[in-house]
Design a protein around this ligand. Structure first.
Ligand code: ZN
Length: 500
C-alpha cells in the first residue's frame, strides 16, 4: 500500500504546486503588476485554477483513495498518512459534487458583478447592484442543492470556509456574543470622551512607519531571508513555500493603520510558516480554516499589538520613529488611543470591540438571503435596521451600508462569519496561553515573543490541516466554540480603559 500512497502523494504534490503558482501570480497581481497586465493574468489564473481542479477531481485520485481507505483506517489517527487520506477524501468528495458548469458560471458572474458593485458604491445606488445580488444568491442556492441533504441551507456555504462547522452552532455562539457585546458597546458609547485618539491621526512620514514596523516585525519573528513585506491596496498574507512568506500592507501618510495591518498579517504569515514542513506540497500544508487563521492574525494585532505591556516596551520606539510627534504623551496614553471604541459604519475600520457586531449582522442577513426569508431587494432596509439595533447608529449612505464590502458581489456568502469565529477562537486560545505562559506580560514588556511563537507552533500551527477546526479546538482548549473567554477579555480590557 505504501507504493500506492506514494503515487497519491505525488499527484497531490502536483496539484499543490499548481495552486502555489496561482498564489504567487495572485500575489504579483496585487503588489507588483502594472494595470496593463490584468487581461493576461486573468487568463493565466483561470487556466491554472482549472488545471489544478481537473487534476484533483480526476477519477484516478478517487481510485487511489478507495484502495487506500482500509490501510488509512488501520493507521494511527494522528499520523500524517491517516490524516492526509481522511482530509483528502473529504475535499475530493466535496469538489466532485459541484458540476463544472456551475463553477464556471459562478466565476463568470463574480467577474461581471465586481465592476458593477464598484460603480454602485461610487454612485450610492443600491438598485444598480440589486440584480447582481439576486443572481449571486440564486447561484448560491444552486450550489447548496449540490450538497443536499443539509440540516439548513447555510451549512453548505459555511463548510467551505469552516469545514465541519454547523450554522446552528455558530448561531448559538454569535447570539451569546451579541448579548454580551451590544450592552458593552452602548455603555462605552456613553463614555466616548474618556479616550482621546487624536495622537494617532496627523502626519506620519513613511520612513518612520517603516522603521517602527520593521523593528516590531523582526521582534515578532520576521526573518529577512525568508519573509517579505510589500505594498498593496487590501492587505493580505500568502506563502510561496516553506521558506517564503509574503506579507503586505497599505501605508497611509496620515495614520498608523498600516502598523496594525502588519501585525495582523504577521499572524497569518507565522501560521503558514510554522506548519510542519513534512506536510508541505500536500492538502494538509496550510492552516486548518479561515476562522483558525483569523484567530492568529487577531491575536498578534490585538491581544499583543494593542496591549498595555506591548506599548510599555514599544512606545519609546514609536517616539524615536516620529521625533516630536508624541511629545506630551506617555505609553499609557498611546495604549488608550490605540484602543478607542467607537460604533461606526465601516467594518474594516471597526475597533476590537464593535467589530464582531458588524460580522454578526452580515451572518444573519446571509442566512435570511439563502433561505429565502429575505429578498435581495429588501437587503438594504434590513441592513440599516440591524446597524441601528446593534451599533446604535444610522446609515446615511448606502455606500457605507450594504454596499461597503465586495464579498457578496463575488458570491462569497458564508465567508464573513470566519472573521468573528477567529476572534472567538483567539479568546479561547488566549485564555489557555495566559495560563500556560504565566510570564507572558513580562516577556511582551521586554519585546520577547519566542515563547508565544513556540506555544502556537506546538499547539496549533504545526498540525496544518490534519484536524478539522472543531477537532483542533477540542485538542487545544478541551472543548468546542465558546464566546465567554473573548467576552471576559473584552470586558476586562475595555472596562478598565473606560472606567465602567
Ligand atoms: Zn485576516
Amino acid at each position: 500500500m505504501e507504493g500506492r500512497y506514494a503515487q497519491l502523494v505525488q499527484r497531490l504534490n502536483e496539484v499543490q504546486d499548481i495552486s502555489g503558482a496561482v498564489g504567487i501570480l495572485a500575489w504579483d497581481q496585487r503588489t507588483k503588476m502594472p494595470e496593463g497586465g490584468s487581461g493576461a493574468r486573468a487568463d493565466q489564473l483561470s487556466t491554472l485554477v482549472r488545471l489544478s481542479f481537473e487534476r484533483f477531481t480526476a477519477d484516478e485520485i478517487g481510485v487511489l483513495l478507495d484502495e487506500l481507505r482500509d490501510w488509512g483506517e488501520s493507521l494511527d489517527y494522528d499520523s500524517d498518512e491517516a490524516s492526509l487520506l481522511r482530509i483528502t477524501r473529504r475535499d475530493y468528495e466535496k469538489a466532485r459534487r459541484v458540476p463544472l458548469d456551475l463553477r464556471a458560471e459562478m466565476a463568470r458572474t463574480a467577474a461581471i458583478a465586481e465592476p458593477v458593485w464598484r460603480e454602485a458604491r461610487r454612485k450610492s445606488d443600491f438598485e444598480l447592484f440589486r440584480p447582481y445580488l439576486e443572481r449571486a444568491v440564486e447561484l448560491k442556492k444552486q450550489y447548496i442543492e449540490c450538497f443536499q441533504p443539509v440540516d439548513e441551507p447555510y451549512d453548505a456555504l459555511l463548510d467551505d470556509y469552516e469545514p465541519g462547522m454547523k450554522t446552528a452552532e455558530v448561531r448559538a455562539v454569535f447570539d451569546e456574543l451579541k448579548a454580551g457585546l451590544v450592552p458593552l458597546v452602548a455603555e462605552i458609547a456613553e463614555r466616548a470622551d474618556a479616550v482621546d485618539d487624536s495622537s494617532l491621526t496627523g502626519e506620519f512620514p513613511l520612513a518612520g512607519q517603516e522603521k517602527l514596523e520593521g523593528e516590531i516585525l523582526r521582534a515578532f519573528g520576521f526573518l529577512e531571508s525568508e519573509w517579505r513585506l510589500d505594498e498593496t491596496v487590501h492587505p493580505f498574507a500568502s506563502r510561496g513555500g516553506p521558506h517564503d512568506v509574503r506579507l503586505t500592507t497599505n501605508h497611509h501618510a496620515d495614520n498608523l493603520t498600516s502598523l496594525f495591518a502588519c501585525m495582523h498579517e504577521f499572524g497569518h504569515g507565522l501560521y503558514e510558516f510554522q506548519v510542519d514542513h513534512a506536510l508541505y506540497r500536500t492538502p494538509l500544508g496550510r492552516g486548518a480554516s479561515l476562522g483558525v487563521h483569523e484567530s492568529q492574525s487577531r491575536m498578534w494585532e490585538n491581544m499583543i499589538g494593542r496591549s498595555r505591556p506591548f506599548w510599555e516596551h514599544y512606545f519609546d520606539t514609536a517616539r524615536n520613529a516620529f521625533p516630536g510627534r508624541f511629545d506630551g504623551l506617555d505609553a499609557e496614553g498611546f495604549y488608550r488611543a490605540a484602543n478607542r471604541v467607537r460604533p461606526s459604519l465601516i467594518r474594516i475600520h471597526a475597533d476590537e470591540c464593535t467589530y464582531n457586531l458588524h460580522i454578526i449582522l452580515r451572518f444573519e442577513l446571509e442566512q435570511d438571503l439563502v433561505s429565502g426569508r429575505l429578498a435581495p431587494a429588501d437587503a438594504r432596509e434590513a441592513w440599516d435596521a440591524k446597524v441601528e439595533e446593534y451599533l446604535g447608529i444610522d446609515v446615511p449612505d448606502v455606500a457605507d451600508g450594504v454596499l461597503q464590502d465586495m464579498h457578496w458581489s463575488g458570491g462569497s456568502i458564508g465567508y464573513f462569519p470566519t472573521y468573528a469565529l477567529g476572534n472567538v477562537i483567539s479568546g479561547q486560545l488566549w485564555e489557555r496561553i495566559r495560563r500556560e505562559l504565566p510570564d507572558l506580560d513580562e516577556q511582551t514588556r521586554a519585546g520577547e515573543f519566542g515563547a508565544l511563537r513556540e506555544w502556537l507552533r506546538e499547539n496549533v500551527h504545526r498540525h496544518g490541516r490534519k484536524y478539522m477546526p472543531g477537532e483542533l479546538l477540542e485538542r487545544v482548549v478541551g472543548g468546542g466554540l465558546d464566546p465567554q473567554p473573548l467576552l471576559a477579555y473584552l470586558r476586562e480590557k475595555f472596562g478598565a480603559i473606560y472606567g465602567l
